[in-house]
Design a binder for this molecule. Structure first.
Ligand code: NAD
Length: 344
């Protein structure tokens, strides 16, 4: 299958080419992000392969349709950047990688929490300047705090387990589907509003949907525990960033660690070190000592990249062979419910 791979970084090429030895697709790599201006690059391709910040809206899908592209292969789990009803109307199949290494993201989430809470990022910067003073580096134990996990799917369940069994937190959870294994270790499912008001630490692991957009907003921050610590490795728009900035300025929020950001498409995955970043909200966030931001790297392990590439190229092989697409996403699956196999 001829595949136009958008937003292709060096590591994408390396891992896709290694995996492709087993599949033999014809891969054409483009640095460019997929959008209306770049869709034309897919001319002659059967499929496009895209990542989290590629734009696969109705206009882009119409352009791809005109070029004869029949499949969008997401090399990620989230699919909020795809207009699924538009894809369905055009009979363009959308496939994704539902699970590649939830451990990679869960471990990074815990890493962010510890780094933020124990000020490890600030300590490292000091030590590099031969400043070994400890003033200002007092942290908090994770042990014994109330941790709220929103979304206990593949990643959230691992985080909840680590917080409960590894750190001895009281863990509250919110998810339309309750995980019996988590309940067995003492994780308590409570209504979302209760979780948001009773947690000292909140970690977000639900998908971005109309119901979860700006799940953390002004009202939630006003009702939350003073000194609340938030970790978001899920999707940026789960958080109203302006409301968080106000909460940080008032001192109501004790700290926030973000691997995702609502407007990240204009920033992340590119080296902008020689440029003037125009996003004032993002720049304001960076000025707080209790904010830790990484550029959507929670997934980035060797194990995850290998699994992502194997599944993505396997999805395309299934399309080519006319096999059932077990990893197809449809508008009915937008709540993160299990996806039913659909024959193309
Ligand atoms: P998953 O589908 O296994 O789990 C999501 C869970 O959220 C499900 O249990 C679902 O029932 C639940 N959910 C749905 N709506 C909810 C709501 N309104 N309130 C509470 N829970 C709700 O997904 P996953 O693989 O665990 O991924 C979780 C998130 O992490 C996704 O948004 C994904 O895009 C993101 N992610 C980020 C990275 C990264 O590098 N930062 C990597 C992979 C995944």
């Amino acid at each position: 299958m001829r595949v136009a791979v958008f937003s292709a970084k060096g590591y994408d090429r390396r891992f896709l080419e290694a995996s492709n030895r087993r599949f033999g697709h014809d891969l054409i790599f483009f640095d460019a992000r997929l959008d209306t201006a770049t869709a034309q690059l897919a001319d002659g391709a059967d499929a496009v392969c895209v990542f989290v910040n590629d734009c696969v809206d109705a206009d882009v899908l119409a352009a791809l349709d005109r070029l004869g592209v029949r499949t969008v292969a997401l090399r990620c789990a989230g699919f909020n950047n795809v207009d699924l009803p538009a894809a369905e109307a055009l009979e363009i199949a959308v496939v994704r990688v539902p699970a590649y290494s939830p451990e990679a993201v869960a471990e990074f989430t815990i890493g962010l929490l510890l780094a933020l809470d124990r000020k490890i990022h600030r300590a490292w910067a000091r030590v590099r300047e031969n400043n070994f003073a400890l003033d200002g580096l007092i942290g908090r134990n994770v042990h014994g705090r109330v941790a709220g996990v929103v979304g206990t799917g593949r990643i959230g369940a691992l985080v909840a387990r680590a917080l409960r069994l590894g750190f001895g937190c009281e863990v509250l959870a919110s998810d339309p589907y309750e995980d019996e294994n988590l309940k067995a270790i003492g994780v308590r499912y409570v209504p979302r509003a209760q979780l948001l008001t009773e947690s000292d630490i909140i970690s977000l692991h639900c998908p971005l949907t109309p119901d979860t957009r700006h799940l953390i907003d002004r009202e939630v921050i006003a009702r939350a525990r003073k000194g609340l610590v938030i970790v978001n490795t899920s999707r940026g728009a789960l958080i109203d960033t302006s409301a968080v900035i106000e909460g940080l300025k008032r001192g109501d929020i004790g700290g926030i660690a973000l691997d995702v950001y609502e407007q990240e498409a204009d920033l992340f995955f590119a080296d902008l070190s020689d440029e003037i970043v125009q996003d004032d909200v993002f720049q304001r966030l960076l000025t707080f000592p209790n904010v830790l931001i990484t550029g959507h790297q929670a997934f980035l392990t060797e194990e995850a990249l290998t699994a992502i590439c194997d599944t993505t190229l396997g999805n395309l092989a299934a399309v080519e062979a006319g096999e059932p697409l077990v990893n197809r996403v449809s508008s009915a699956s937008h709540m993160g419910c299990p996806v039913q196999p659909i024959v193309p």
